[in-house]
Unconditional design. Structure first.
Lengths: 512, 483
């Protein structure tokens, strides 16, 4: 379908142009309004994406030569796996602008510059179909995020931003080595082409480890999660929203886009480990969240738990599990994004993130507390909300795989309810200290909370549309994985080493 | 082939500049009577240095082997000559307003810079070991004189004098070692022409003396490149010399050393002991440089250790033994020069009083000079190797060809980029997240300074996003050596 302009490119380039335009503006108020306009225009530019066809093909493909000497291509496309993430990125931008309207008062222009730059890089990560192009966006996104935390963050912003940068960059340097290894072994940087190839198990083993480290740090999975609470707590509210809603998803997106299709055997080989780590993330994240006194830290640790569900769903390798993972990615973006915006809103009133300073809001800020209750319920998967759909699917997948896995994650879901109830009860009915004088939500706050609330119910009650979008791609992913791992396993089971060698390196017999 | 002066127009042009500067240095300075009539060197030189770039572009296609086969004009030499001319132009502009240089010393100062650049131009065309040695000396000797030229309140700068002596001592030892190595090569291989040496046997088993000789000879280049273990001068000299001089020493000589190593890399087939030596030195150099840089407080010292690390990165391209690898090394050395010129430009502009910049002096730069702060951020992120900058593309090009034979080197390199983030990031951190203290120097916010920073930053970003055109030329040069 032709829309008269390259849709995906425009989504990447437009925010950059808009960001450059910011430098011509002097007044902070105009800069805010300008960015708001730009973010809405970005959404309008993304409208053609609604004509997405419900199949597993790569759509909206754009291809151009970039560095022909190395076979680098400027190759963009979306499929069912990346589609929702692109939409989420586009939708989060105006919300971020709105929630920092009064929150950010210093260096407003630069702040919005970072937001726009960020959006451009995030869209790029999800639509890039060339490994190097992907890596370029993946790394480029670190810079604005670093600045968002380091410049507009809380008291310990320098520590938190440095930790964030070091963790994520250290992880992704090995990803670059893996990318080059793919190029040398597979002869191309193109992701769709590499998906068709079979690599030797030894190669897959190391490539998987290098990639998984980068993605696991980004998600973050259990032993690598320590940067997340620091970054979340120190980041300004819009930074937390983008971090939770978009950045964390890049890790799980990486697993789905690279690990499973490119290194299927290694993925199967490492699945027990990944499942174990995911379960650890769920239980550990939940347990730590239960003990937090800082609301933002609590939600940050709950993110560790929720992302554990996502990685668990991915490495179950069944249809329900991966569907659940994708739903959970979207849901976590909507819910946690909204929760962070709410924390930002209440912080503007109380100037504290401690639970004890924000108690008893039920009577004085009923609208705020209503929204909070809704998102808290959605967060632990109350039926009727979107959280339920995702968690239910992962549970189904887990029990399909093994009762043990299913049984192990049940306490995780219970923990979710426990910590969310604990903080919500205190916030709603605790002993108020200064809350009596606070204003309830204003129109701007209503707007940016109503939008995610609509999605909470829409995905929760009528998820059909979303199933239509993701199902073809997920089915293809699962089937590819099954067929490819089963063929190699059959061959590997045969005792003669010559046959194994012949399959792994098809060139050799010719030379002999 | 018959000698045709058209072929070496860039070198002749540079020589003419040197002569003009020499004449001016003979005449009376502006502080004496009658001296005010001639425009000072820093006024006219930038225009002529800029024209030098144009001259190099015109003679781009020159090809030939002259001076008895010792001097070769090919794609590689023209590529590097253009880069040297461009770098010379930027360093001259950078040094034009040098606060720590007396007016009457300026013609001499620029003359020495020009001679050094001229030596490097000769170096990029030399294909015979004695010629290489002489060109190397021409470029080094003038720097020995330039480094101590730093005025600190009417008298010489102690650190600069120390740096000058260190540079001479190290340089003398390194060149002595190189010459000693050369004698071994000549004794065992009976020739000093690289194209004939390429056909010779370079295994340890076959020609141990030649292997030792070449390794020692390359030591001379390693000294210029500041590769471990020939790097000890580097941080001290950067710190001692004035900001502008350091900007020259840190950039152009590396180009000269790289081009010679690229020519010698024809001898270094993967699997040879010498190649292994280079790879190991590269790995040590990057690790050592990065680890030392972590602890630095002085910006120039930090950049000095960073250049030790970058010398190691360039080795990754040299040992791969493919045309692509050599092209990558050429591209990366160019990227390195662009990134460092950018950083030193900012350092020189921020330290408008000519002081040695500490990290704390960068505090709050975003407020005092947003454009310079942005340019510094671009330079720092480029040196880390983050996209979308030239540094990233250079690194990608380097590691791809090296993967086949030296995958461990690639892994060490990417791990090193992770180590390096911390100190490059601290440049950005100080500029963006700290508030300025009281003693912070007032940065130069003139259009001249901002335009220069902007153009250099644009170059670093542009070739990071669209490196294909430039890389084509690098490949052309590489293919010629290793078809």
């Amino acid at each position: 379908m032709d829309f008269g302009y390259p849709v995906l490119t425009s989504l990447i380039v437009f925010p950059l142009l808009a960001a450059a335009g910011l430098f011509l503006i002097k007044s902070p108020q105009v800069a805010r309004a300008y960015t708001m306009g730009a973010s809405i225009l970005e959404l309008i530019l993304g409208l053609p994406l609604l004509f997405f066809k419900f199949n597993s093909d790569f759509q909206f493909v754009e291809k151009a030569r970039w560095v022909p000497q190395w076979g680098l291509e400027y190759h963009l496309a979306v499929d069912g796996i990346s589609y929702l993430m692109v939409m989420l990125t586009l939708a989060i931008l105006p919300l971020c602008v709105m929630c920092s309207w009064t929150y950010i008062s210093k260096r407003v222009k630069e702040f919005h510059f970072c937001l726009l730059f960020m959006t451009s890089a995030c869209v790029g990560v999800f639509v890039a179909m060339d490994l190097v192009l992907f890596y370029v966006f993946w790394e480029a996104m670190l810079i604005p995020m670093y600045l968002l935390i380091a410049v507009w963050g809380g008291d310990q912003r320098r520590y938190a931003s440095l930790k964030f940068f070091l963790f994520t960059l250290a992880g992704s340097t090995l990803l670059l080595a893996a990318i080059v290894a793919f190029r040398i072994t597979g002869g191309t940087f193109s992701i769709p082409e590499l998906m068709q190839m079979n690599f030797s198990f030894r190669f897959q083993y190391w490539a998987f480890l290098a990639m998984a480290l980068a993605f696991a740090i980004k998600v973050p999975m259990f032993p690598f999660h320590t940067w997340l609470p620091a970054a979340h707590v120190q980041a300004p509210s819009a930074g937390s929203v983008i971090l939770a809603a978009v950045l964390l998803k890049m890790g799980t997106y990486g697993f789905l886009r690279f690990c499973l299709p490119l290194t299927p055997d290694a993925s199967v080989y490492f699945a027990p480990l990944m499942i174990a780590v995911s379960i650890a993330s769920i239980l550990y994240g939940g347990a730590i969240a239960l003990g937090q006194e800082d609301i933002k830290k609590l939600v940050a640790y709950s993110s560790v738990g929720h992302m554990g569900f996502v990685t668990l769903g991915i490495f179950l390798f069944n249809l329900r599990g991966i569907e659940g993972a994708l739903f959970q990615m979207l849901n976590h973006g909507v819910i946690t994004g909204a929760l962070f915006m709410m924390i930002g809103a209440v912080y503007e009133r109380s100037h504290s993130r401690a639970i004890s300073d924000n108690m008893g809001l039920g009577k004085y800020l009923p609208a705020f507390m209503g929204f909070w209750g809704l998102f808290a319920l959605a967060s632990f998967g109350f039926p009727g909300t979107n959280g339920f759909v995702g968690e239910m699917l992962v549970f189904t997948g887990a029990f399909q795989k093994s009762y043990v896995i299913g049984a192990l994650i049940v306490p995780g879901a219970l923990l979710g309810a426990a910590y969310m109830f604990r903080v919500s009860l205190k916030m709603a009915w605790g002993q108020p200290c200064t809350a009596k004088t606070w204003r309830d939500l204003n129109t701007r706050e209503w707007t940016y909370l109503l939008i995610p609330a609509v999605f909470v119910f829409y995905i929760g009650l009528a998820p059909k549309l979303f199933f239509n979008i993701i199902d073809p791609s997920v089915e293809k992913l699962v089937n590819d994985l099954k067929t490819r791992t089963s063929t190699t396993q059959v061959v590997a089971a045969q005792p003669t080493p010559a046959v194994v060698a012949a399959v792994e390196t098809p060139v050799e017999p010719v030379n002999n | 082939m018959e000698f045709n002066p058209i072929l070496i127009v860039p070198e002749l042009y540079q020589l003419m500049l040197i002569l003009a500067l020499f004449c001016q240095s003979l005449g009376a300075g502006p502080d004496k009577q009658g001296g005010g009539e001639t425009p000072p060197a820093e006024r006219w030189l930038p225009y002529f240095a800029g024209f030098g770039i144009f001259v190099n572009i015109v003679s781009w296609g020159a090809e030939g082997l002259i001076f008895g086969g010792a001097y070769k004009l090919d794609a590689l030499s023209q590529f590097f000559k253009l880069a040297i001319a461009a770098g010379f132009y930027v360093t001259v502009l950078n040094a034009a307003r040098q606060p720590s240089l007396e007016e009457r010393k300026r013609p001499d100062y620029f003359m020495f810079l020009a001679i050094s650049a001229w030596g490097l131009m000769l170096l990029s065309s030399a294909v015979e070991l004695i010629t290489i040695y002489i060109a190397l000396e021409i470029s080094s000797y003038s720097l020995y004189a330039v480094i101590p030229l730093r005025n600190a309140g009417g008298q010489g700068h102690k650190g600069a004098a120390e740096a000058g002596i260190k540079y001479i001592l190290f340089g003398a030892v390194a060149t002595a070692i190189a010459l000693y190595g050369f004698s071994y090569i000549l004794a065992s291989q009976h020739t000093s022409y690289i194209d004939q040496l390429a056909k010779a046997n370079w295994t340890w088993a076959g020609q141990p003396m030649a292997v030792v000789g070449l390794s020692l000879f390359m030591g001379g280049m390693f000294f210029k490149l500041a590769l471990f273990p020939f790097h000890f001068w580097c941080p001290d000299v950067y710190q001692g010399a004035s900001n502008e001089t350091a900007g020259f020493v840190a950039t152009l000589p590396k180009l000269g050393a790289t081009v010679v190593l690229i020519r010698l890399a024809v001898l270094l087939k993967p699997g040879l002991e010498m190649t292994m030596l280079l790879a190991v030195l590269g790995a040590l150099s990057m690790t050592f440089g990065n680890l030392c840089a972590l602890a630095q407080k002085d910006v120039k010292r930090l950049l000095g250790f960073s250049s030790v690390a970058h010398a190691g990165y360039i080795m990754v391209g040299l040992v791969s033994g493919t045309a692509m690898g050599l092209a990558a090394a050429a591209f990366y050395s160019l990227a390195y020069v662009a990134m460092n010129l950018l950083c030193f430009w900012v350092v020189s502009r921020v330290a408008s009083d000519g002081r040695n910049l500490q990290l704390d002096d960068l505090n709050g730069l975003y407020k005092r000079s947003p454009a310079l702060a942005f340019a510094l951020a671009v330079g720092a992120f480029a040196l880390v190797g983050l996209p979308p900058t030239m540094g990233f593309m250079g690194k990608l090009f380097l590691i791809a060809p090296a993967w086949e034979h030296y995958w461990w080197l690639v892994v060490i390199m990417v791990v090193n980029s992770a180590i390096a983030i911390f100190y490059y990031l601290s440049l950005v951190r100080h500029a963006y997240t700290h508030e300025a203290g009281e003693s912070a120097p007032a940065p130069d916010n003139s259009p001249f300074s901002l335009c220069g920073a902007g153009i250099l930053a644009a170059v670093v970003l542009f070739f990071g996003m669209a490196p294909a055109g430039l890389f084509d030329y690098a490949i052309l040069a590489g293919k010629q050596l290793l078809p």
